[in-house]
Design a protein around this ligand. Structure first.
Ligand SMILES: Nc1nc2c(ncn2[C@@H]2O[C@H](COP(=O)(O)OP(=O)(O)O)[C@@H](O)[C@H]2O)c(=O)[nH]1
Ligand SMILES: [Mg+2]
Length: 327
C-alpha cells in the first residue's frame, strides 16, 4: 500500500469512485499496518458512505470474530487507565495482540484525560502488537457508541484479541459502550465515595465482574467487605487488585478468560452479541429517522407549525410513512 494514497485527503473527499482507496485500507488493516488501522478508524469516526463500504469489506473478509471485547468502566480516578495498562502487559506476555480504545465522552479529542491516558500508555507505544486509540465525542452520525463499535471491529479485523474499551463517567454514553462489550468490569477504589453512585446508576447490574483496585491502600479491604454481599447476591465475581504494583492482575486475567469461555460455551455470548447488534441498529435507525423528521418538521406548512408539538410530530411521522410507502 502506498503511504501517499493512504494519507491523501483528496481520497477521502469522494475522489474514490471505484472504491480502490477503501479496498487498500481494508487490505492494510488485515495486514496489520498501523497506518491503515489508524486511517480506517478515522474513516469510521467520520461516518458516511466510505465508512459503510469499509465495514462491509471487513465483514466480508472476516465475518464473525471470536475476539473478546472487554469493557472497563467505573468512576474517574478508580485506576481504570492504570489497570488497562497492566492488563495490556498481561495479555502481551501471554502472546496476545491487544487493542485498547479509550473513550472519553466529555472531552474534545485533545482533552486532558485522554492525553493523560495516552502518556500512561507510552510504554506500549512502540509495541506493534498493541493498537491504541482515543475516541472523544463529536457530533457524529450513529453516536459515540457506533463509532466505538466500528473501531473495535477494525481492531479485531487487524488481529487484536482482546480489544479493551475504557470508558469515563457514568452517563448514557457509558451504558451504550458497556452494552457493546462482550464482558465488562466495574472498577472501584477506596476513598472515592463515587462508587455507590455508579452502582445506583445501574452499572452494577450491567457489568459482569467487580474489581476493587488500589488493593495496596488500607481502605481496600473495607471496600471488599462492603462489596462481598453485593457481589454474592448477584453471582458476580469480585476481585481485589492493585494496578500500581500489579498484584491480583494475573488472577483477574484468568477470571476474564474463564468468564468469556463460559459465556461462549453456554450460548450467552451469542445472545449478548445479538442484543448488542439490535441495540446498535436501533441507534442507527433513530439517528436516521431524526434527520429525516427534522427536515420534515422544518418544512411543515405554517398552519401546521401553529399546532401542538405532538400534533406536528404525528403529521411529520405520517408524512414520512406515506413518502416511504410511495417510494
Ligand atoms: N495506590 C494506588 N494508586 C493507583 C492504583 N491504580 C491507579 N492509581 C492512581 O490513581 C490515579 C487515577 O488513576 P487512573 O488510572 O488515571 O484512573 P482512571 O480515571 O480510572 O482512568 C492515578 O494517580 C494513579 O496513579 C493502585 O492500584 N494503587
Ligand atoms: Mg482513565
Amino acid at each position: 500500500m502506498s503511504a501517499s494514497s493512504e494519507n491523501s485527503p483528496r481520497s477521502l473527499s469522494g475522489d474514490d469512485a471505484d472504491g480502490s482507496f477503501i479496498r487498500r485500507i481494508a487490505e492494510g488493516v488485515a495486514a496489520r499496518s498501523p497506518r491503515a488501522i489508524g486511517r480506517a478508524i478515522t474513516i469510521v469516526e467520520e461516518g458516511g458512505p466510505q465508512a459503510d463500504q469499509l465495514l462491509t469489506i471487513l465483514d466480508e473478509a472476516a465475518p464473525a470474530s471470536d475476539a473478546l471485547t472487554l469493557g472497563i468502566t467505573g468512576t474517574g480516578g478508580a485506576g481504570k487507565s492504570t489497570l488497562a495498562g497492566r492488563l495490556v502487559s498481561c495479555f502481551r506476555s501471554a502472546g496476545h495482540r491487544v487493542g485498547l480504545i479509550a473513550v472519553d465522552p466529555s472531552s474534545p479529542i485533545s482533552g486532558g484525560a485522554v492525553l493523560g491516558d495516552r502518556i500512561r500508555m507510552m510504554r506500549h507505544a512502540c509495541d506493534p502488537d498493541v493498537v491504541i486509540r482515543s475516541m472523544a465525542s463529536r457530533g457524529r452520525l450513529g453516536g459515540l457508541s457506533a463509532a466505538t463499535a466500528s473501531a473495535a471491529r477494525i481492531m479485531k479485523a487487524a488481529g487484536c484479541h482482546p480489544v479493551l474499551i475504557e470508558t469515563v463517567g457514568v452517563g448514557q454514553a457509558e451504558f451504550d459502550i458497556v452494552r457493546l462489550a462482550d464482558l465488562t468490569m466495574l472498577v472501584m477504589a477506596p476513598g472515592l465515595g463515587d462508587d455507590i453512585q455508579a452502582m445506583k446508576a445501574g452499572l452494577l447490574e450491567l457489568t459482569d465482574m467487580l474489581v476493587v483496585n488500589k488493593g495496596d491502600l488500607a481502605g481496600a479491604d473495607i471496600l471488599m467487605r462492603e462489596m462481598e454481599p453485593i457481589a454474592h447476591d448477584r453471582g458476580k465475581p469480585l476481585l481485589k487488585v492493585s494496578a500500581k504494583d500489579g498484584s491480583g492482575v494475573d488472577d483477574l486475567v484468568r477470571e476474564v478468560f474463564s468468564l468469556f469461555r463460559g459465556m461462549a460455551e453456554s450460548g450467552r455470548l451469542e445472545a449478548r452479541r445479538q442484543r448488542s447488534s439490535d441495540a446498535e441498529a436501533l441507534d442507527w435507525a433513530l439517528e436516521m429517522a431524526r434527520e429525516e423528521l427534522s427536515q420534515l418538521l422544518e418544512n411543515q406548512p405554517d398552519e401546521l407549525k401553529n399546532c401542538s408539538p405532538k400534533k406536528r410530530a404525528e403529521a411529520a411521522l405520517f408524512l414520512l410513512k406515506t413518502l416511504k410507502a410511495t417510494m
